[in-house]
Design a protein around this ligand. Structure first.
Ligand SMILES: Cc1cc2nc3c(=O)[nH]c(=O)nc-3n(C[C@H](O)[C@H](O)[C@H](O)COP(=O)(O)OP(=O)(O)OC[C@H]3O[C@@H](n4cnc5c(N)ncnc54)[C@H](O)[C@@H]3O)c2cc1C
Length: 448
């Protein structure tokens, strides 16, 4: 299908969209998995709105380096399409089944963030289905500029992106990952900051494990490599990069380097070793594992006995201004036990401060990420580590992403996430309150 036909097909689907009479609030229905990690039970009374057909690439403009894409298209599909033409989104999330719409409204981030900011910084325009069924086009220069700048961190509460036009960058076939090890925090952070100023680096990211074990990865596109490492079958990326200073991956493998192991969330059991070696490729991805875990949780409910569960997820990203990084990292290392799993560090500089995610523009921030299961802390409230890290982050002038749960009071939430501007946006774009509010979704009921 060429671009004109794909656009016609999009328009036909868009024009047929009808919102059914609702019994409750709107909830997004889709075929691919969700990458939310909310701890509160979900509101099952909400009416599902199916956007499952909006999953296609519409077309590419290779000269101007832009891509038109439907809102629920996964990044795996986007990367396959753009990479075949030597291009990639400015910022591509690391899990294959994250979608363009989900990452735009959910503050997507990656190791190109020091140069290009967040996923939403690559958005040129969006067609948005508002909660009452109206469809508007916004591009930052029209009568819906307020909506355009409020999409990041809106999580579908102001409407769903049906189509997006995004910016692309030139890519090569491979990525060379160069890892340096550090035993001290100060020298590590200084090396990372300097790496963001080096025009030769295409990607900057770190992993660290303890107060004397830090790794910095500075990576570059290249067309020539001596060999390509296999991180789907033979190696596990986060282990390989500790063992060898030079890792060579195809660009697609680099982009989705944490997807085969769902970061490091797959138990390293013998059955899994066999699975990772021999399972068909379509099963070796985070989407499959997410579905498997959902299925396991469902059938466990029917067992006559309950398995003892002394673990809970600590899945979160926090950003603090660069000058406060040292304090945040020290605090994390001294107060949180990840059971040997790594913290992920990404420097980030956004060109624009979005309305609902008040992070300083053109200022270097440090993104600290943590994506694993941790032991519950005896005698403490559930999600103790999430709670104390959130507090520390806010105390240091930072902000956290809301794809996980938040434990803020309504007043604190509104102060931190620009509640007054949000109220005005809700009044304009969802006057009948058909969609959840951001607070309801992210802090109260955990609804998708
Ligand atoms: C384990 C884990 C690892 C992660 N790793 C990364 C990472 O490496 N890089 C990164 O950038 N992010 C990462 N994230 C965060 C992720 O990008 C966000 O959670 C994102 O919102 C997920 O989008 P999704 O496409 O999976 O959508 P969903 O999870 O289905 O939905 C996310 C939210 O966005 C809304 N939404 C979905 N589609 C649309 C749309 N088209 N228009 C408007 N609203 C929509 C939904 O209503 C929902 O509130 C991670 C999250 C987890 C849990």
């Amino acid at each position: 299908m060429d671009k004109a036909q794909a656009m016609d097909s999009f328009v036909a689907k868009r024009d047929q969209l009808k919102l059914e009479p609702q019994t409750g609030k709107i909830r997004l229905k889709k075929r691919t998995i969700s990458n939310l990690f909310r701890y509160a039970p979900r509101d099952r009374a909400a009416s599902g709105l199916s956007l499952s057909d909006f999953v296609n690439v519409i077309g590419i403009d290779t000269e101007n380096k832009t891509l038109d894409v439907e809102g629920l298209t996964t990044y795996e599909r986007v990367v396959d399409f753009t990479l075949a033409r030597g291009l990639l989104p400015l910022v591509t999330p690391e899990l294959k089944h994250i979608t363009v719409g989900g990452a735009t409204v959910g503050i997507g981030i990656e190791s190109t963030g020091f140069r290009y900011g967040f996923v939403h910084d690559g958005l040129i325009e969006a067609e948005v289905l508002l909660p009452d069924g109206r469809i508007v086009l916004c591009n930052g220069n029209d009568s819906h500029t307020d909506l355009f700048h409020a999409l990041p961190n809106s999580y579908g509460t102001l409407g769903y992106i049906l189509r997006a036009k995004i910016r692309l960058l030139s890519a090569k076939r491979y990525v060379h990952i160069r890892t340096s090890a550090f035993s001290g925090l100060d020298e590590y952070l200084e090396a990372m900051r300097l790496a963001t100023e080096n025009a030769d680096n295409d990607f900057v990211e770190g992993l660290f494990f303890s107060a004397d074990r830090f790794y910095l990865m500075t990576s570059r596109f290249t067309d020539n490599v001596p060999y390509a490492d296999d991180i789907v079958r033979r190696e596990v990326f986060y282990k390989l990069m500790q063992r060898t200073p030079d890792v060579y991956l195809t660009t697609k493998d680099y982009i989705f380097r944490y997807d085969p192991e769902w970061f490091w969330n797959i138990p390293e059991s013998m059955p899994y070793q066999i699975f990772r070696r021999y399972a068909p490729r379509p099963l070796r991805n985070s989407g499959f594992y997410t579905r498997y875990c959902e299925w396991e949780r469902t059938w466990e409910r029917f067992l006559p006995w309950q398995r003892k569960n002394d673990k809970e997820p600590l899945i979160q990203d926090w950003q603090v201004p660069w000058e406060n990084t040292r304090e945040l990292v020290k605090y994390a290392l001294e107060n949180v036990d990840l059971g040997g799993k790594p913290w992920v560090a990404v420097p980030i500089k956004t060109p624009l401060s979005p309305t609902l995610y008040p992070i300083g523009a053109n200022r270097l921030y440090f993104n600290l990420g943590c994506y694993c299961q941790v032991k519950k802390v005896a005698g403490r409230e559930d999600y103790h580590y999430t709670r104390i890290m959130d507090r520390k982050c806010f105390e240091l002038g930072g902000i956290k992403m809301l794809y996980s749960s938040s434990f803020l009071s309504r007043d604190e939430f509104e102060r931190l996430y620009n509640g007054s501007a949000y109220a005005q946006l809700k009044a304009r774009y969802d006057p009948q309150g058909k969609a959840y509010t951001l607070y309801e979704k992210t802090a109260r009921i955990g609804s998708p």
